[in-house]
Design a protein around this ligand. Structure first.
Ligand code: NAD
Ligand code: TDX
Length: 350
């Protein structure tokens, strides 16, 4: 039985990857290592927690001796590394936490893998999940390809860029069998409501202002999270050692247009008069260093591994709204406690 370590499996994307692997590969033992920060939630995995091929371990990737021991004990065949601090606004107020988890945590995993797998690198895969934000910001035209030069602007993207460089360095220097993917903005179920789409759904539902940074002109390329998980499965199993793939939805939206569409869907779902939810739109102070536009060219992934996104955005957004409206308890649980303190600092006090 193959044993795979997935880090950050209790987070948004990680929980979808966990679910896919546990259900699709009953002959893999899938181990979820997660610190359970504010963003990690075992309720995201309640449907698979009793499966015989799933194991949860609570732990911190920043703790090097713990990671070394974990690798020595479990003899993993491969790693899919998603654990990270992931929210740009939090990185602006607390950059060091992003350096610790995203850079040091990644290097700790690389060191443990290198040490444990040194006699057979080719038989063990280290998959690092990264973001399109490492490429910086586009103007009105063009797309990020796998060879676009890195140009990160936020402490979050700088920390992700740094971790990508370390992963490549461990391939080039030591021969570790690494692969990296850089994906655009994900959306879907279990998305923590500090990010634009779930935050807006929650605020619309509760008749609270929808905070739009600047003029809402910034553009993101949105991908259904389950399509990202499918891409990760393909890349983990099929990519060549040392390779990189971009993953994106070919689905660019200006923030303000996206929120208008969301308001329309919410009016319908909540039986509100047309235009009622859009009255909640409130333009607020822009994010510092706010990247204007992201757009991903994922043609390499399509050409080499046959991956394509499965859902139209309108359909995916409606499904997402339905999920949040049907999962009030989940939303209530994650929007209590610490999250409310963060919300106050980010949106109310400034
Ligand atoms: P998330 O914030 O929802 O989840 C992160 C998970 O990592 C949480 O479960 C958290 O508890 C865990 N974690 C954090 N610090 C840890 C530590 N020190 N040790 C162990 N576990 C720790 O993040 P997400 O949105 O699911 O993103 C997952 C990965 O995908 C990240 O690496 C992120 O950079 C990348 N990514 C995200 C997006 C997106 O749109 N969300 C897009 C592209 C790439
Ligand atoms: O309240 C808000 N108002 C607003 O206008 C928030 C939270 C965001 N925004 C804007 C900022 C961005 O232009 O909406 C856009 C999307 O913002 P986020 O949801 O915070 O995502 P983004 O900053 O684009 O980063 C996301 O995609 C890439 C993830 O959080 C990252 O982890 C991933 O790497």
């Amino acid at each position: 039985m193959k044993k795979i370590l997935i880090t950050g499996g209790a987070g948004f994307i990680g929980s979808h990857v966990m679910r896919l692997f546990v259900n699709k590969y009953p002959d893999y033992m899938v181990v979820n290592l997660d610190k359970l920060t504010y963003a990690g939630n075992l309720a995201n995995l309640s449907d698979i927690e009793d499966k015989p091929n799933y194991e949860f371990i609570k732990g911190d990737i920043v703790d090097a001796p713990f990671i070394d021991q974990l690798f020595a004990e479990h003899k993993f065949d491969g790693v899919i590394h998603l654990a990270a601090e992931s929210h740009v606004d939090r990185s602006i107020s607390n950059p060091l936490e992003f350096v610790m988890t995203n850079v040091i945590g990644t290097v700790n995993l690389l060191n443990a893998a290198r040490n444990e797998w040194k006699d057979n690198f080719s038989g063990h895969r280290f998959y690092h999940v990264s973001t399109d934000e490492v490429y910086g910001s586009l103007g009105e035209t063009g797309m990020f390809t796998e060879t676009t030069a890195y140009d990160p602007h936020s402490p979050y993207s700088a920390s992700k860029a740094s971790s990508d460089h370390f992963v490549r360095a461990y391939h080039d220097t030591y021969g570790l069998n690494t692969v990296i993917s850089n994906c655009s903005n994900n959306y879907g179920s279990f998305h923590f409501p500090e990010k634009l789409i779930p935050l807006s759904i929650n605020n619309i539902k509760n008749n609270k202002p929808i905070p739009i940074y600047g003029k809402g002109e910034n553009i993101r390329d949105w991908l259904w999270v389950e399509d990202h998980a499918r891409a990760i499965d393909l890349i983990y199993h099929k990519a060549k050692p040392g390779s990189t793939y971009n993953i994106g939805g070919h689905n660019e939206w200006k923030n303000i247009d996206l929120i208008q569409l969301l308001c329309k869907i919410m009016d319908k779902k909540l039986n509100r008069a047309e235009g009622e939810s859009a009255r909640l739109i409130t333009f607020v102070k822009d994010r510092a260093g706010h990247d204007l536009r992201y757009a991903i060219d994922s043609s390499k992934l399509q050409r080499e591994l046959g991956w394509l996104p499965s859902l139209q955005f309108e359909e995916g957004l409606e499904k997402t709204v339905d999920w949040y409206l049907a999962n009030e308890e989940w939303l209530k649980n994650v929007t209590s406690g610490d999250y409310m303190n963060y919300y106050e600092e980010q949106y109310v006090k400034r």
